[in-house]
Write a protein that binds this ligand. Structure first.
Ligand SMILES: NC(=O)c1ccc[n+]([C@@H]2O[C@H](COP(=O)([O-])OP(=O)(O)OC[C@H]3O[C@@H](n4cnc5c(N)ncnc54)[C@H](O)[C@@H]3O)[C@@H](O)[C@H]2O)c1
Length: 323
């Protein structure tokens, strides 16, 4: 039995791979180690995983390679689960490089669906979607039944497009899938392009960090280990019908971005210098996940508060070479 994980060198993919290996699974990682952010971080994550003999990495680009060509038929028969995390992430970056988002998040997603539908023993494909699909919705908390046809960025639109492609493959080929809408995932080994990471860096370097205007600017920050736990609980519970299944994975407890800065100051032991700017149009004001659906389906609830999680992140970050 093997689990194929795309985006294995990424923040979420690497942590999920690590937990899978601890549980005794054979894991095949797929990643092109692109340079959207510091590749040292991706290589370090992979080198930790590679210390297990049950981990293999295929360093390929999912948009341009037919994954079927990389595996012998016997190896394909071993694959029982796919966790598809490879993506071009970053809401604001999608204003600068929109085509990259369509290439990886739509074309790359279809390539994974095409590979998956031909696997004889695949039980479940779980793929990463995003809270950003809720776009310009005002009603909180965000529920899976909400309308999601008003994206606020190309990133959000590409993630919604992937959900629709998946729905189509579920209907056409009976491919059992679940899409997980992640809400602002943070923690050790996190992504340097995300706000908490940039804030921590500015605080440590004594630089001024930028906060955006708005009393309600808040995020449903979700700790990486809670997210990995959600992914693996859902992987073990494939859908039995061809109904599209989408689940929020969030903390169900939005916190203001200014409170995030206060916690970073506390755990890094330094004060922040802050400047306030108007909020960019692609950023939504508040995110807040309803998690009733995943709780009912998989018995999952997040455990780590923002205070604990930022404590763990700060401990890792202040000792890392990424300060
Ligand atoms: N981190 C979050 O807060 C968050 C929130 C919502 C959704 N998501 C989604 O979760 C998934 C994982 O996010 P992450 O934070 O770990 O991001 P990440 O950028 O750290 O990981 C993505 C990985 O995919 C790889 N990749 C990108 N394009 C590829 C391609 N064409 N072929 C092969 N590999 C490729 C990258 O090299 C990277 O290692 C993504 O789909 C992202 O959109 C993340």
């Amino acid at each position: 039995m093997s689990i194929l994980v795309t985006g294995a060198a990424g923040f979420i993919g690497a942590r999920v791979c690590q937990v899978l290996l601890e549980q005794g699974a054979h894991v095949i990682g797929v990643d092109n180690l692109n340079n959207y952010y510091n590749t040292d971080l991706k290589k370090e994550r992979i080198s930790t995983l590679s210390s297990s003999r049950y981990f293999d990495l295929k360093e390929v680009d999912i948009e341009s390679v037919d994954l079927s060509d990389l595996f012998k038929l016997e190896e394909q028969r071993e694959i029982t689960g796919i966790l598809h995390f490879a993506a071009q992430a970053g809401v604001r970056h999608s204003l600068d490089a929109p085509i990259d988002f369509i290439n990886t998040n739509v074309k790359g997603h279809i390539a994974i669906l095409e590979f998956a539908r031909k696997l004889a023993n695949l039980k479940h494909l779980v793929y990463a979607s995003s809270s950003s699909v809720y776009g310009r919705n005002a009603a909180l908390p965000f529920r899976e039944s909400d309308r999601v046809d008003r994206p606020g960025s190309v990133y959000a639109a590409s993630k919604r497009a992937a959900e629709l492609m998946s729905d189509c493959y579920q209907h056409l080929y009976g491919l059992p899938q679940t899409g997980l809408r992640f809400f602002t995932v943070y923690g050790p080994w996190g992504r340097p392009d995300m706000a908490y990471f940039k804030f921590a860096r500015a605080i440590m370097r004594g630089e001024t960090l930028t906060l955006y205007e708005g009393r309600e600017l808040a995020r449903d920050f979700t700790y990486i280990d809670d997210v990995a736990d959600a992914v693996l609980k859902v992987l073990a519970a494939p859908p039995s019908s061809d109904q599209q299944r989408l689940l929020n994975v969030g903390n169900n407890s939005p916190e203001s971005v200014s409170y995030l800065v206060t916690l970073l100051e506390k755990h890094l032991g330094r004060n922040a210098s802050v400047s306030v700017m108007p909020r960019p149009v692609a950023d939504v004001e508040t995110t807040w996940a309803s998690i009733d659906a995943i709780e009912n389906l998989a018995g999952w609830r997040p455990r780590i508060t923002l205070d604990e999680g930022i404590g763990r992140f700060s401990e890792w970050f202040s000792r890392s070479k990424y300060v």
